[in-house]
Design a binder for this molecule. Structure first.
Ligand SMILES: *[C@@H]1O[C@H](CO)[C@@H](O)[C@H](O)[C@H]1NC(C)=O
Ligand SMILES: *[C@@H]1O[C@H](CO)[C@@H](O)[C@H](O)[C@H]1NC(C)=O
Ligand SMILES: *[C@@H]1O[C@H](CO)[C@@H](O)[C@H](O)[C@H]1NC(C)=O
Ligand SMILES: *[C@@H]1O[C@H](CO)[C@@H](O)[C@H](O)[C@H]1NC(C)=O
Length: 617
């Protein structure tokens, strides 16, 4: 009798356990202080409730700026990229996918202790990461704050960039009762706004009752589910890429803040003619509350030096003295002079009387990648602006410089960093204010390089520095019309938006890769070629893109391995070329935003630095 009752209890217990479905976590996953002392909690991971110790399972992930290719996502999730590409019907693992595109991630799900999990690891990238943001934002709720804290030794207030975290991903295996009715896999679905049990079940071609039951609901109640939590979808076959979708682009910043440019008084004043760049743009109607609530993203704030650090109103006498009375010796170009103010080399630019607008705008810009305006002086109906001095002159000159000393600095590392600097400067301009500022005249002449080759956006062509006191009469002539950089919609109808800057940036990036001008003369037939057209037409065919890229790369970037062979940078160059091409989309709304470009370039830079070959370059 006694043994029988034990067996009976055991059988009952096992049946109960194997029949229990997973419980939905609700918003518990948003807390970082959950406990499971009284038994497994859905606020951590899904409970081991099946007889299977491990199984194949699927996760869903939506592309985000840093994780927008099969390659980067496969690394994030520690899964094989070929399998990931296949199940999502994507041929090119490096192709930049649209934002918010859903991907299916195949994983092996194993029971460890009380919980199912698929393991991955994650190296903390920025100082702003917390267990919560890693769980909620980076992994999109595929892991939870509480389980990250449990699986890692670091205190939540002691997370630093570079630390490697163990990340258990939320997955589960079908229970006995699910298996009995033909369920083979469980997919961890990410609930988003406007999702409902009805809609999700329809998409995965299952009944809403089954979906509700699999998540511990006794019946379908649409109010039960919340965004940024997960739901298990029971499937009898592998999920198909056709079941995924791309969420409607989030309110596109650049559209919201598009401004129609109005060219500041430039034509009227000859003196001002070189200073056309920063446009004061017509504001579209945005209510004032919104403007005050709008905050700069943290990474942008980081680039901003202390506001108004040294902005100064100079006396004319000071500038006269600084520039030796605006001597010929100190002249850099037409109305641009080099000067020395309190031991600091500066550039003094004489402008017409109506420089006020520009001063007002530039005075506000204070970012490492935007040329610094130190101060201003009004004298005799002229305005003098005082800027920081950039020793290496413009990017255009630097790329054309064939001298030996410059040869040494022609490396991929430098070129990628310059690209990223420009991208960050533009990201700042575009996001600094509402409405956004558009530079409108990005080209390699308006990008200046400091002594250590850091790039800053400016809007006038500066003469190359004459470091060792040579006479600076070799002033560069930047073409006033920046042919080769204009977006189609600008050429056709004069439309100016942040996306016209993105287009121009795409061309600058191509110049960095190829070492050629935006418009150059073909050696073979002596004809003028637009760089962007040349690259797009020669890259066209995806299959042979890599071979063609090799031939586009600036030969000066070739690096020889100590063992004598040429290091292959085709992969790196291809990623950069693809990024440029994504900036050069004829349809402006399809171009990337500066935020996406910065993220992508950062990834490329990180990969380039970590790859062995690059460390020798
Ligand atoms: C976690 O902490 C928050 C705020 O401190 C509190 O509101 C919440 O109830 C706590 N959750 C648990 C599960 O203790
Ligand atoms: C995969 O994508 C190609 C086009 O890129 C399409 O023709 C094909 O039908 C897709 N296959 C599946 C299974 O969705
Ligand atoms: C997952 O990671 C944990 C450590 O957090 C480790 O103990 C376990 O063996 C890993 N499981 C698999 C299947 O790799
Ligand atoms: C979680 O992440 C989503 C998407 O990234 C975000 O919209 C949401 O605000 C985050 N939740 C919290 C509480 O920060």
């Amino acid at each position: 009798m006694f043994p029988f009752s034990i067996i009976f209890m055991l059988v009952l217990f096992l049946t109960l356990k194997s029949h229990a479905q997973q419980m939905y976590s609700g918003n518990l996953v948003m807390d970082c202080n959950n406990t499971d002392e009284t038994g497994p909690s859905p606020a951590f991971l899904y409970t081991c409730n099946s007889i299977k110790p491990s199984c194949s399972a699927f996760l869903m992930f939506r592309t985000q700026p840093l994780y927008n290719t099969v390659m980067t996502i496969s690394k994030l999730m520690s899964v094989d990229h070929t399998g990931l590409a296949r199940i999502n019907n994507i041929t090119d693992s490096n192709k930049i996918l649209p934002l918010n595109k859903e991907l299916i991630i195949p994983v092996t799900c194993s029971c460890l202790g009380e919980y199912y999990q698929a393991n991955t690891s994650f190296v903390i990238p920025t100082i702003y990461d917390t267990y919560f943001t890693i769980a909620n934002s980076t992994y999109e709720a595929l892991t939870t704050c509480s389980s990250l804290m449990r699986n890692n030794i670091y205190n939540q207030y002691d997370l630093h960039p570079g630390q490697k975290l163990q990340v258990p991903l939320r997955c589960a295996c079908p229970t006995v009762s699910q298996t009995a009715v033909g369920v083979k896999y469980l997919l961890t679905y990410l609930i988003t706004w406007k999702d409902s049990i009805q809609k999700i079940s329809k998409r995965f071609k299952i009944s809403s009752q089954d979906l509700a039951l699999a998540n511990g609901f006794s019946h379908v109640n649409e109010d039960d589910i919340f965004p940024f939590t997960t739901l298990l979808v029971p499937l009898s076959n592998e999920p198909l890429s056709s079941m995924t979708r791309t969420l409607g682009q989030k309110q596109n910043m650049s559209r919201k803040y598009i401004i129609i440019g109005a060219i500041a008084g430039s034509v009227s004043s000859v003196l001002c003619s070189l200073f056309v760049g920063y446009l004061l743009l017509k504001r579209n109607r945005v209510n004032a509350c919104k403007m005050t609530k709008w905050e700069l993203p943290k990474d942008i704030q980081l680039g901003i030096a202390s506001v108004d650090q040294d902005f100064k109103i100079y006396r004319f006498g000071e500038l006269e003295e600084a520039s030796d009375g605006f001597s010929l010796q100190n002249r850099l170009s037409d109305s641009v002079y080099k000067g020395c103010l309190k031991g600091k080399t500066v550039v003094i630019k004489q402008m017409g009387p109506n420089a006020n607008k520009e001063v007002k705008i530039l005075q506000k810009f204070n970012h490492f990648n935007v040329i610094g305006l130190y101060g201003v002086c009004e004298h005799d109906r002229s305005c003098f602006l005082v800027y920081e001095f950039m020793e290496n002159g413009s990017l255009k000159e630097w790329l054309q410089d064939k001298t030996l000393t410059s040869q040494e600095s022609q490396t991929w590392t430098n070129r990628i960093r310059i690209g990223l600097d420009v991208a960050k400067g533009l990201q700042y301009l575009h996001n600094f204010a509402n409405p956004a500022y558009v530079h409108k005249d990005i080209n390699s002449c308006n990008i200046l390089l400091s002594k250590d080759l850091r790039a800053k956006i400016s809007n006038f062509g500066l003469a190359r520095s004459t470091e060792k006191g040579q006479i600076a009469n070799s002033s560069i002539k930047c073409p006033l019309e920046s042919k080769g950089y204009h977006a189609p919609e600008y050429i056709e109808s004069g439309i100016v938006s942040t996306k016209t800057d993105v287009y121009a940036f795409g061309v600058v990036l191509l110049e960095l890769i190829t070492g050629k001008n935006a418009v150059y003369v073909n050696d073979d037939d002596g004809e003028e070629v637009m760089l962007c057209e040349m690259v797009i037409s020669s890259i066209g065919d995806e299959k042979h893109a890599k071979d063609k890229v090799d031939y586009l790369i600036d030969p000066r970037l070739q690096a020889i391995h100590p063992l004598g062979f040429t290091i292959d940078h085709g992969e790196l160059a291809l990623r950069l070329v693809k990024l440029s091409v994504a900036c050069l989309e004829p349809e402006s709304s399809r171009r990337l935003s500066m935020n996406e470009i910065v993220s992508t370039l950062m990834m490329i830079q990180m990969d380039a630095q970590s790859s062995d070959t690059m460390s020798m370059v």
